[in-house]
Design a binder for this molecule. Structure first.
Ligand SMILES: [Fe+2]
Length: 163
C-alpha cells in the first residue's frame, strides 16, 4: 500500500522495496538501542574511551535510522519505528541480559554490528536487483559506515585471529 505521489518509480517497484526498508529500519533502531545499552552499562579499564565511542556510534546510527524512515515515506510508505515493531521484527542477536564487562560488551556489539552489516549488504543486492538505485545507494552508504563501526569496536578486542 503506497500513497499517491508524482514519484516516477512505479508502484510495484515501491511495494517491493518498502518491506526491505522497513526491515532495515527495525534492525537499525534495535542496534541504536543496543549501542546505548553498551554506552550506559559498560564497566572496565577503557570505560571513558568506549563510553564516548559508543555514543558517537549511536548518534550516527540514529541519523541512519532517520534516513531509512524518510526513504520509506518518500516512496509512499509508512515508517514504523514503534518499539514493539522493532522488537518483533529485528533480526539482530538479542542484547545479553545485564552484560557490563567491557570484553563481553564489545563482543555483543561486534556481533550485532556484523549482523546489521550483513543485512545491509543483502539489502543492497535486492534493491539493486529490483532497480531502485536510490535505495541501494542509501544502503551502500550505511553499509560503509557500519563496516567502519565494526572496525572501531573490534579494534578494542585483542586476540582475534586473522583468517
Ligand atoms: Fe550519554
Amino acid at each position: 500500500m503506497t500513497y499517491a505521489s508524482r514519484l516516477d518509480l512505479d508502484t510495484a517497484l515501491r511495494a517491493a522495496v518498502l518491506p526491505i526498508l522497513q526491515s532495515r529500519l527495525s534492525d537499525t533502531l534495535d542496534l541504536q538501542a543496543q549501542v546505548k545499552q553498551a554506552h550506559w552499562n559498560l564497566r572496565g579499564p577503557a570505560f571513558i574511551a568506549l563510553h564516548d565511542l559508543f555514543d558517537r556510534i549511536a548518534a550516527d546510527i540514529a541519523l541512519a535510522a532517520d534516513d531509512t524512515a524518510e526513504r520509506i515515506v518518500a516512496l509512499g510508505g509508512y515508517a514504523d519505528g514503534r518499539p514493539f515493531r522493532t522488537a518483533r521484527d529485528t533480526s539482530l542477536p538479542g542484547w545479553p541480559e545485564r552484560v557490563q564487562a567491557q570484553g563481553a560488551v564489545l563482543d555483543a556489539l561486534a556481533a550485532s554490528i556484523s549482523a546489521h552489516g550483513r543485512g545491509l549488504r543483502d539489502a543492497i543486492d535486492s534493491t539493486t536487483q529490483i532497480g531502485d538505485a536510490g535505495t541501494a545507494d542509501l544502503f551502500t552508504g550505511q553499509s560503509r559506515q557500519t563496516d567502519k563501526q565494526l572496525w572501531l569496536v573490534e579494534a578494542h578486542l585483542s586476540g582475534m585471529k586473522a583468517e
